[in-house]
Design a protein around this ligand. Structure first.
Ligand code: NAD
Ligand code: TYD
Length: 344
């Protein structure tokens, strides 16, 4: 098997490639990544000498780059994207370009690719997000996202991802293409860019700073360990049904307040470390995944996401890998945040 992974230098891509290395050691992996602010080749430096691993710097919107790479691969995991909601509120254009147009470029490359005189025989898995469903009410805890719910994305990020979802659907319907979509909840784990809430809060506390909690802190997210996500995507690649959508969740709903208090406790800090800040515009209240379809049809469920153990292990990773996040935080990341919020 030769797998093409887009966005492999980002958080989930890095962990996915490492997961494939551990669990499918004979597979070849090509990683196509444009190395935007969140793409970091340092994450995979130890694989550079591995003859079964190749890195290609390039843009998923560039058909001339993507086409030959798809043709050489047997399958594609498409996860390159602009991924941060706050950035999409500041400037949505790069989101539409990479997440919607980029997905269309990937789909076309799969459609046009040939193997000899036959169509390309591979499958593309599109790694989408539960945010395409919109927001659930706090007052109705029994409701969770199901795959047959309408797409009601609220942020420019979620809408640009939903554009990808709809194109994947259209390419299956129109061309009978072998495509599958996954919609996963919030990931946590090593190598996450410290603009997302868990690595931001953990590294701020390690620096002796406060953590900026948005609004009333009652927003709920369903947290999944990134290795559970990786295993689920691999399961869908190998056993999913073409044209289907699979939700992936951690069965681990927490309010941001609960998340923050757990992090503070695990790091020996008090509530004086919390700084309540202005809420995010259009802040989705609650995300929660009904993961019964992937469990029923493909026999997969999360096994690595339970708290506080999985969260504690993640905190330990950031504690041990200070140099990694120091380098990341002292670059564009800090410039961006200082410009947006002043120094936090
Ligand atoms: P990330 O920002 O850490 O990584 C994204 C990667 O994509 C980076 O390496 C970046 O350089 C690359 N990239 C961006 N635009 C590109 C382009 N035009 N061409 C080539 N490469 C490009 O994001 P992440 O958290 O690892 O998310 C990966 C995927 O998973 C995204 O599609 C995201 O929507 C999805 N997802 C993320 C989460 C989460 O909690 N982080 C949850 C569900 C789904
Ligand atoms: P984030 O990690 O940005 O993921 P997403 O918005 O895609 O769910 O945020 C997770 C939650 O944490 C979300 O409800 C917003 C909140 N949050 C804060 O309270 N403070 C912060 O500084 C950040 C980045 C997020």
């Amino acid at each position: 098997m030769h797998l093409l992974i887009t966005g492999g230098a980002g958080f989930i891509g890095t962990n996915f490639i490492r997961f494939v290395r551990r669990n499918r050691p004979g597979w070849k992996v090509t990683n196509l990544d444009v190395l935007s602010y969140s793409g970091n080749l340092e994450n995979l430096r130890d694989l550079e000498s591995d003859p079964r691993y190749t890195f290609v710097k390039g843009d998923i919107c560039d058909a001339a780059t993507v086409g030959p790479l798809v043709e050489k691969a047997d399958g594609v995991i498409h996860m390159a994207a602009e991924s941060h909601v706050d950035r999409s509120i500041l400037d949505s254009r790069p989101f539409v370009v990479s997440n919607t147009l980029g997905t269309q470029t990937m789909l076309d490359a799969c459609r046009r690719a040939r193997r000899g005189d036959k169509p390309w025989p591979g499958r593309m898995v599109y790694v989408s997000t539960d945010e395409v469903y919109g927001s659930l009410p706090l007052e109705r805890p029994e409701i969770r996202f199901r795959e047959d719910m309408p797409l009601e994305p609220n942020s420019p990020y979620a809408s640009s991802k939903a554009g990808g979802d709809l194109l994947v659907r259209a390419y299956f319907h129109t061309f009978g293409q072998n495509v599958v979509t996954t919609r996963c909840s919030n990931n946590f784990g090593p190598y996450q860019f410290p603009e997302k809430v868990i690595p931001l809060f953990v590294t701020n506390l390690l620096e002796g700073k406060q953590v900026p909690l948005y609004g009333d802190g009652k927003n709920v997210r369903d947290w999944i360990h990134v290795d559970d996500h990786a295993e689920a995507v691999l399961t869908v690649l190998e056993r999913g049904q073409a044209g289907e959508v699979y939700n992936i969740g951690g069965n681990n709903e927490r309010s941001n307040l609960e998340l923050t208090h757990t992090i503070l406790k695990l790091m020996g800090k008090g509530t004086e470390s919390i700084r309540y800040v202005q809420d995010r515009l259009g802040h989705d209240r609650r995300y929660a995944i009904d993961g019964s379809k992937i469990e029923r049809e493909l026999g997969w469920k999360p096994t690595r996401s339970s708290w506080p153990e999985a969260l504690e292990a993640t905190i330990d990773w950031y504690r041990t890998n200070t140099e990694w996040w120091n380098r990341v935080k002292s670059g564009q990341y800090r410039e961006y945040y200082d410009k947006q919020y002043g120094s936090r």
